[in-house]
Design a protein around this ligand. Sequence first.
Ligand code: DX5
Ligand code: ZN
Length: 218
Amino acid sequence: MKTKMIAPSILSADFLHLADEIDAICEAKADFVHIDVMDGLFVPNLTFGPFIIKQIKSISNIPLDVHLMIENPENWIDKYIQAGAEILSVHLEAAHHLNRTINKIKELKTKACVSINPSTPPQNLEYVLEMLDMVLVMSVNPGFGGQKYIDNTDRKIEWLNNERIKMGYNYLIEVDGGVNENNINRLSKLGVDVFVAGSAIFSKTNYKEIIEKFRRLM
Ligand code: DX5
Ligand code: ZN
């Protein structure tokens, strides 16, 4: 996998033309489709489940990065992997037996990622970091697109970057929420590898242009 990747979040896509939106981001050479699964419990919003993800998988020629914002994610892992998730993220705050959950994802030959909310210290991940393919740092409170980046996320990214250098770990660092052309360069310098962007991409008419701009900046 190359480092420095772009994962458009389809939460901000036009759902009446979802197939066209997926085609457009594939065409624009995005690296992943970022899919936000919300259960109305862990976060105050509802989106979609495995059935829709399976449909997206059938037309996407780039891998699916599935972000589970759901309670008890361990009960759903098989279904999201069967639906086509290549990377599966569970929230630290939602998983009661995180070590077991990560192992289960890896046993199913899928990249394992743990996501942390803005109020969660990255240090809470210390005892699972060596198992992870990716850490997803939420830079807004999860549930909605179009929010403002929370500034102290910078410090969390810095800690995760220093820790992987110090310990020789291989996880990627992904940031999600409020990413745009004004902060992507700074985030990249701090050590972010995967940039999720919803409104900053889908609010534009030309996705290729904005994705290319991101790549120049990151
Ligand atoms: C929020 C989601 C994000 C969201 C990002 O809960 O996890 O992926 O779509 O949207 P923007 O880029 O608009 O902040
Ligand atoms: Zn997300």
